[in-house]
Design a protein around this ligand. Structure first.
Ligand SMILES: [Fe+2]
Ligand SMILES: [Fe+2]
Length: 177
């Protein structure tokens, strides 16, 4: 049986846990805006549904971290702060920006999970199948985001680039520390 590179495996689990927690925090930031200055019950419902999936994803990776004795990223407090701000900030700009935020992040995560799936061998089938399933959930979130008005026109294309660059930097860092 082909074996997955152990060092890589640790990096995958560490960064995935950080990312899923970040996703929860983005949605918490969005809900904070929706519970204070923005009134949109429909959007709130959609976000709560997606947040539930992220909680399921995060719980899985948290368990893996414990089981395998992996060090979680040391930067969680920073990612929490940045994710909350991103969620809150995008939502006060309006529904299009809030949904673009989800679309942009999910597009990065789609690629990110795809790369991992390609590198996980059959000795880690359970993990691999989980990531395959989570990736499908993320693609659903992306679809919802576009259905709900995410766009990359004009100013939003600039926002998309910023969010994508930020997410990629966070991924690179969280793999390592
Ligand atoms: Fe997720
Ligand atoms: Fe998601």
């Amino acid at each position: 049986m082909k074996k997955t590179n152990q060092k890589k495996l640790e990096e995958f689990i560490r960064v995935d846990q950080a990312g899923e927690r970040g996703a929860i925090k983005i949605y918490e930031g969005q809900l904070l805006a929706l519970n204070t200055i923005i009134n949109d019950e429909e959007l709130k419902k959609k976000i709560n549904e997606m947040k539930k999936h992220e909680e399921e994803h995060n719980n899985f990776f948290e368990d893996e971290i414990k089981k395998r004795n992996i060090n979680p990223t040391k930067l969680l407090p920073l990612w929490d702060l940045l994710s909350l701000s991103l969620g809150f900030g995008s939502t006060i700009l309006g529904k299009k920006a809030a949904m673009l935020c989800t679309a942009s992040v999910e597009e990065v995560i789609d690629e990110h999970y795809k790369k991992q799936i390609d590198q996980i061998e059959s000795d880690e089938k359970y993990l691999k199948n989980k990531i395959i399933k989570f990736r499908e959930d993320e693609l659903d979130h992306k679809k919802i985001a576009y259905e709900e008005g995410a766009t990359k026109k004009g100013f939003y294309s600039f926002m998309d680039k910023i969010i994508k660059t930020g997410s990629k930097v966070a991924i690179r860092i969280s793999e390592k520390i």
